[in-house]
Design a protein around this ligand. Structure first.
Ligand code: ATP
Length: 322
């Protein structure tokens, strides 16, 4: 009988609970014992863990956040920290670990595997910044949260004939801005992957103003340092296009909320597959989805893949927002 440990690490994402539930239920179904480790790698080092049963994960599939809590842990980046982690895992008879998180958390799982401790990664991040998988858990929910916010901002933007800049999360990845921008009918989408000048955006705004468009939504990804900040853009649009501009930074609201059906199903499929992989004796793998098929590949290989940007969709968005 295997004993599986499970933790959530890094930024939380809606749907992590559904993944925990899937891992715990699948593991118990197949006769394994499961330990839930609180607060990610930090909780592991502090021996903050408990055995889980079927009802530990009851009533959580629809809840945002993570019942296991999450954190960042600098100590786990050190060899001594990881050695202590393995010692704790062994103390509780845990022989493999499921890590739900983003690329940083996967790096931790990779290092554990290199030390001979089997680990499997499940992608949980609203950023959708992992190339090997079409979607990460939480992205769809976050996207819908942004779309909902854009809809509300659009109402007031229209009443006051304003330009509203909506800053969204995503770190260095523009997926959240791109997809939410398209679905929310944004006039302009600014992402880290495409270099644009603030003057060009002002010129574009002036052109649309000339043809009578009096309000506008600009979706801006948080990681666009090269282009400038939202307040830089506000300044340029005010000065060059005479616009009445407001900035809304959506912030952490994007990380919360009940997961969408898409995220719940994705998380359930990932969790189930992760347990299957462990039972097949596989390790150092990550699960993902490609063309609606659940896949798995080597962690190192997955982490080495540079994230590509869907330029075709971006160009389409530009055409649709003229
Ligand atoms: P997100 O990007 O959505 O916030 P993430 O998993 O990428 O999620 P990070 O803060 O990058 O978040 O990483 C989470 C934790 O994973 C870190 O606090 C650390 O404990 C562990 N970790 C990150 N990088 C490494 C590494 N190179 N070696 C060991 N552990 C690591």
């Amino acid at each position: 009988m295997k004993t599986i440990g499970i933790l959530t690490s890094g930024g939380d994402a809606p749907g992590m609970n559904a993944a925990i539930r899937a891992v715990v239920r699948s593991a118990i179904y197949y006769g394994c014992k499961v330990y839930g480790i609180n607060r990610g790698y930090k909780g592991l080092l502090e021996e903050d863990l408990m055995e889980m049963n079927l009802s530990s994960v009851g009533d959580i599939i629809h809840r945002g956040g993570t019942m296991l809590k999450s954190s960042r842990c600098e100590e786990f980046k050190t060899e001594e920290g990881r050695k202590l982690g393995v010692k704790v895992l062994k103390k509780y008879g845990i022989d493999c670990l499921v890590v739900i998180g983003g690329d940083g958390s996967f790096n931790g799982a990779k290092k554990l595997s290199e030390m001979g401790f089997p680990a499997i990664g499940i992608p949980g991040t609203i950023d959708n910044d992992l190339e090997y998988t079409d979607y990460t858990i939480g992205f769809d929910t976050a996207m819908n949260t942004v779309i909902d916010a854009i809809g509300k901002i659009r109402d007031t933007s229209s009443s006051h004939e304003r330009v509203n800049i909506v800053e969204v999360m995503g770190r260095n990845c523009g997926d959240l801005a791109l997809y939410a921008g398209i679905a929310g009918g944004a006039e302009t989408i600014i992402v880290p992957e495409v270099d644009v000048k603030l003057d060009e955006i002002a010129l574009r705004l002036k052109t649309t103003q000339k043809r009578g468009k009096r309000h506008s939504i600009i979706v801006m990804a948080e990681g666009v340092e090269k282009v400038g900040s939202a307040s830089d853009l506000k300044k340029v649009l005010t000065e060059q296009a005479g616009a009445d501009v407001r900035v809304t930074v959506l912030g952490h609201v994007q990380r919360g909320g009940s997961p969408t059906a898409f995220d719940r199903i994705l998380a359930s499929r990932f969790g189930y597959r992760a347990v299957e992989l462990l039972l097949e004796g596989k390790s150092s793998r990550v699960v993902g989805i490609k063309d609606n098929k659940i896949i798995d590949l080597d962690i190192q290989e997955a982490l080495a893949m540079p994230k590509t940007f869907n330029r075709e969709l971006y160009e389409m968005a530009k055409v649709l927002s003229i």
